[in-house]
Ligand binder design. Sequence first.
Ligand SMILES: *Cc1c(COP(=O)(O)O)cnc(C)c1O
Length: 462
Amino acid sequence: MPEELELDSAARLQLAEAALRYAEDYLNDLPTTPASYPPIAPDVVARLAAPPPEQGRPISQLLDLLSAALETGIDTSSGKFLSYIPSGGIYSAAIGRLLGAITNRYTGGTHGAPGLIAIEAGVVRWMCGLFDLPDTSSGILLSGGSIANLTATVAARSRLGDDFAHGVVYTSERAHHSIDKAARIAGVHPDRIRAIPADASLRLDTALLEAAIAADTAAGMTPMLIAVSAGTTDTGTIDPLAECARISREAGAWFHVDAAYGGFFVLTRRGRERLAGIELADSITIDAHKSLFLPFGTGGLLVRQERDLVDSLEGRGSYMQDVPEHGREIPNYFAMGPELTRPPRGLEAWLALHLHGVEPFRVELDRMLDLAAWTAESLAAMPDIEVIADPELSIVAFRSTRGNGVSQSIARHMNDSGDVHVSSTTVDGRFVVRLAFLSQRTSQDVARRAVALIGEAIGIGS
Ligand SMILES: *Cc1c(COP(=O)(O)O)cnc(C)c1O
């Protein structure tokens, strides 16, 4: 194998061809490979985790090892993957990432690759526009929703200034755990993090939120952040956004909307209607690796006032004295997020959005809404099956009214088939099975198979 780190042109092309051919076989086989695999065997772990040799090995050997690695766990790249939150991993964006890695330009500060930064800033501005944020808005692409929630929390803390010692964070008991984690990383004492109960429709109960704020304020504390969900991970439920915005404004708190899962449904007419009120947010978490079908690794934070982010996160060192000031068209991303060196994240989204145009994304998101609505309707017609909330977005959550044991056996039957993979959650102490539709590879046939498997499991099916 090549001994030099810098490959010559022939070696590069040979390596790329081997890798891209491998990827081709992988993708072409996806319709027939299972949604999940048996537990990983200890000898496979040992082979995969072996230390690197002193002398290199041929790429063919390494691709065989990669196959051994990929034939484990749950296949999140499969259209049969309906558990957790799927990620489409569209090929065009993967090519954008490959080119970003090969050209390896620096998008931390404006001096490095202003062109690539302009590309990312353009993508972010388009996203701000989708949510009707004002001209003062801006944002940054980050590694995912968790880091976006953290970044928003740090901005909210900065805005509170010295009052932070008394600052309280409010969220819903059904919010993603990364909100609570973000508050703890940001230094909010666990006693100052309120998980407000949800009402019967699984939305944050705004009467309880107002009561909690009143009690805290009377006790000398300061509402710092109200973080709600635009599409919960469990059931895709959207909190009452406009009402929560009003409560936040009156309390003087930062209003954050976690739209990591649900955000890009705003591209559809139905999603736009259901997300009404999101335009009032001080900040919005989005995950392009969820509802924009990108490969894992691209989330983002949009903020109403760019200043809020820069004021809280700008940092300088003497080794950076050659770096120009932060600008609006060409931002210093190190001044807007926790990272300094970072990949050119905008390139993936930009390549995909410009190559395909926006319409195919809208069409696919609409199709996901249709798949969820069709599945929910089919399940509601089955005996002893309760769809626990009308799907607002693309997640269908259901249970057997005959009890947790039956619900568990339905999930097991579905996953044992290898034809689909579903995950579960708990709502009001009840075991709930969930199907999330968010991959361009998920067809109506997959939804039909899922429904048939549920029928089989409860003894009514073919
Ligand atoms: C997935 C998710 C997150 C976390 O995002 P990561 O990209 O996994 O870090 C946060 N909030 C919600 C609602 C999510 O669905």
